[in-house]
Design a protein around this ligand. Structure first.
Ligand SMILES: C[S@@+](CC[C@H](N)C(=O)[O-])C[C@H]1O[C@@H](n2cnc3c(N)ncnc32)[C@H](O)[C@@H]1O
Length: 129
């Protein structure tokens, strides 16, 4: 399933390079590592409490916009519901595509902005744009 999710994100990387940001990466870097190994992807990972030195410290509720300059795709895996509206806000502000993979297929906390449920092979997630 994670392979399918990572493959979908890669399929959206149509620019060379495509700038991608994973937010709230925690200890799970599998999707990041796959995307990071692709020639056309420039990727960064952030978390409010970084687990290692490759992770950029950032609170998405008060994002440092310099980090997300020119970002094309933002994705987040199992983000807590309280940060979901801020992911949307950041995506709208940066004009980025947003992909959120919730814990289960629960509705997201994105207020007036409705994200679309997307099924891709064995993966289900929400997309904006
Ligand atoms: C449920 S964990 C998911 C971690 C990882 N993506 C996964 O799927 O295993 C949520 C992550 O969001 C991060 N987080 C919580 N609040 C945040 C915020 N305001 N800004 C950025 N990251 C945040 C936490 O530190 C944690 O690593």
């Amino acid at each position: 399933m994670w392979d399918d999710f990572a493959e979908y994100v890669l399929s959206q990387c149509v620019k060379n390079p495509t700038k991608v940001a994973e937010i709230g990466v925690g200890k799970f870097s599998g999707v990041y590592d796959y995307l990071n190994s692709q020639d056309n992807v420039e990727i960064l990972k952030t978390d409010i409490s970084p687990d290692d030195s490759d992770v950029i410290a950032d609170d998405v509720t008060k994002p440092n916009m310099d980090i997300y300059k020119d970002v094309d795709i933002i994705y987040s895996i199992r983000p807590p519901s309280e940060i979901q509206p801020y992911l949307v806000k950041l995506a709208l502000k940066t004009d980025a595509q947003l992909i959120i993979k919730p814990l289960f297929n629960e509705d997201l906390n994105t207020g007036n902005v409705k994200m679309k449920l997307k099924n891709y092979q064995k993966a289900s997630f929400y997309i904006l744009r």
